[in-house]
Design a protein around this ligand. Sequence first.
Ligand code: SAM
Length: 280
Amino acid sequence: MSQIDDLPPLRDVIRIHELQARKSLGQNFLLDLNLTLKVARTAGDLSDCAVLEVGPGPGGLTRALLVAGARRVVAVEKDPRCLPALAEIAAHYPGRLEVLEADALTIDLERVADGGPLKIVANLPYNVGTQLLVDWITSANWPPVWQSLTLMFQKEVAERIVAAPGSKAYGRLGVLAGWRCHATLAFEVGPKAFTPPPKVTSAIVHLTPRKAPLDCDLKALERLTAAAFGQRRKMLRASLKPLAADAEARIAAAGIEPTMRAEQLEIADFVKLANAFAAG
Ligand code: SAM
């Protein structure tokens, strides 16, 4: 394992600052700085933007983001035990790392961006990861304040985010992500890369906002996908019946065969259906 900076190895950082991982905070730390550098590089050029990192922990990904050239990193950590270790990194990179002790669910992205471009890069805590992603991709303003999201999830969640129609993983998350973003699974990371190792494989997902998502009301799309995938084995004329008495006519008016099932529909079909059901 080659050195990427002059700071101590992460194993020493964890020992010195007594950062035994806590399950309640979703703490699975990455200790291989070459791997965290690979994650940072997946986010592309960081030199011209602010980077928000959720959950820096002992700082493995934070250090990689700084080595990769991030102009400014804002790292939001809920666990106060990590702050002294992060302060050492901030001292090593004067003026480039700001650490906020806070819950990432409450962070105002506009403030972090400070008028400039913003990228979000994180090895997310599994307990709030999906919620954060949904918050970011359902932003009321679109295009959003962020330029890209480069995020570690459990592989099963990553597959749902990038899922294509017809696949088992295709569902509400995939429709939402695909409607508003281009989403790709960049690479997988095995359990052994983490301390402690989780039970499952993880994966990095990279999302960039679509400039002009198909015109659709978000609430209507959410209602529609919840109904359609809530009973994914049923034909649309049955699964969408609770949404309107004339469901079958609305499906047909959208140009879609009422005998189709949710997982067979393209994202554009969901948009057509959401609009057909939102109409008075
Ligand atoms: N970035 C580090 C790494 O890659 O080794 C740690 C990743 S660990 C999977 C998730 C981190 O998120 C932990 O440091 C945990 O304390 C922090 N965390 C958990 N819930 C959080 C929340 N709601 N807001 C901010 N940080 C949180």
